[in-house]
Write a protein that binds this ligand. Structure first.
Ligand code: PMP
Length: 382
């Protein structure tokens, strides 16, 4: 899709890209200043593998303040984005044949990371009518004696679903019956939750599972720092030590400059986040309302992140004006790119079809134009 979008752009076509997984806002000024200050004051050398102590202290305080979680600084590791921390957690713990339960739709990287680490992904399909969330019966059915991890991501990429405290409590009840299963909580979209929904994370909701939970978060999404590459994990000391051992032989640590900027992002003024959330909510409401006007699309209202995940079953089997039949969500995404000049991601990439993922991390005006074009491209199908 990306290659095709780039080729069309090179031909001079206007392409609206709604496939990106990052906020369109700039990194806030106070964070930029902290980064510049770090460069000027010579904070440009190797750091500790787990991350500089003041950053890990800021993370410890954040986990206490926002999530009521208690961790020592040694139970915290900092990596090159949440992505590396997820990978380190899996790589440090999986033996060949170990299974990892992944509710689907899911972030594209999870199944491949599990395979890279020698494990076996076990996809647990989550239905649209249950807001794409894993229920206790499905979790129970997915667990085997070989299960090592349950991967939980909330708010969820690609659907924007948010697990409530009650949802997590129900899953915790199942996990109590299976003490060999650990929980990887990917909280990277924590701050992007739209009222009345509220964020919750497993180690907070089920303190008795704290010692088998790896809580992962970072500054990429809420603090608009995707390119700075800072993410972190907090969990049992032996696991964190093993993750540090792996990181010590791979990247060593993330950029010293980014680590200093991240202290400001986590401990400094973050009042800008409320403005981002309000703007994202305005865009979400626009996009959901408009997409539901498109013949063949059905779009739920997600509670978090900056994605919608409309069902496109209603366009499958229809023909484009040029005579091609839409047989899959990939065909439909191609049609939107060719006919409407809008780039989205087909649901097959997230292990759930027929859907498309649309990111609303674009300006309101651009989203309005994109929705007009999508509605027309759907109406043109026969
Ligand atoms: N987890 C999920 C669910 C994500 O969507 C992403 C980013 N696309 C990440 C982790 C990785 O975040 P980071 O940029 O901090 O590596």
């Amino acid at each position: 899709m990306t290659a095709r979008a780039a080729a069309l752009k090179a031909q001079g076509r206007e392409i609206i890209t709604l496939s990106q997984g990052e906020p369109d806002f700039d990194t806030p000024d106070n964070v930029l200043e902290a980064g510049i200050q770090a460069i000027r004051s010579g904070k440009t050398r190797y750091t500790a593998v787990a991350g500089i102590t003041p950053l890990r202290e800021a993370i410890r305080d954040k986990l206490k303040r926002d999530n009521s979680l208690d961790y020592d600084v040694d139970q915290i590791t900092v990596g090159c984005g949440a992505k590396q921390v997820v990978f380190n957690g899996l790589f440090a713990s999986l033996n060949p044949g170990d299974e990892v339960v992944i509710p689907s739709p899911c972030w594209v990287s999870y199944p491949d990371m599990v395979r890279l680490a020698g494990g076996t992904p076990v996809m647990a399909e989550c239905s649209e009518v249950l807001d794409f969330k894993l229920g206790p019966e499905s979790l129970e059915a997915a667990i085997s004696p070989r299960t090592k991890w349950l991967m939980l991501n909330s708010p969820l990429n690609p659907t924007g679903a948010v697990y409530s405290a009650a949802d997590l409590s129900r899953l915790a009840e199942v996990l109590r019956r299976h003490p060999h299963v650990w929980v990887l909580a990917d909280d990277i979209y924590e701050k992007l939750v739209y009222p009345p929904a509220r964020f919750a994370t497993m180690a907070e909701i089920a303190p008795d599972l704290h010692d088998r939970t790896l809580t992962i978060n970072g500054v990429s999404k809420a603090n608009c720092m995707t390119g700075w590459r800072v993410g972190y994990g907090a969990g049992p000391i032996e696991l964190i030590k093993a993750m540090n051992t792996i990181q010590g032989q791979t990247s060593s640590h993330t950029s010293s400059i980014s680590q200093h900027a991240a202290i400001e992002a986590i401990a400094g003024d973050q009042s800008y986040i409320a403005g981002f959330v309000a703007e994202f909510q305005r865009r979400r409401d626009l996009v959901v309302a408009r997409l539901n006007e498109a013949p063949g699309l059905r779009c739920r209202t997600p509670e978090g992140a900056f994605y919608v995940y409309p069902n496109c079953a209603g366009v499958i089997g229809k023909r484009t004006p040029s005579g091609d039949t839409i047989t899959s969500d990939t065909d439909f995404a191609m049609h939107l790119l060719d006919a409407a000049g809008v780039a989205v991601v087909p649901g097959s990439g997230f292990m759930a079809s027929p859907y498309i993922r649309i990111s609303y991390a674009s300006s309101f005006e651009e989203l309005e134009r994109a929705c007009d074009k999508i509605i027309k491209a759907c109406a043109d199908l026969r």
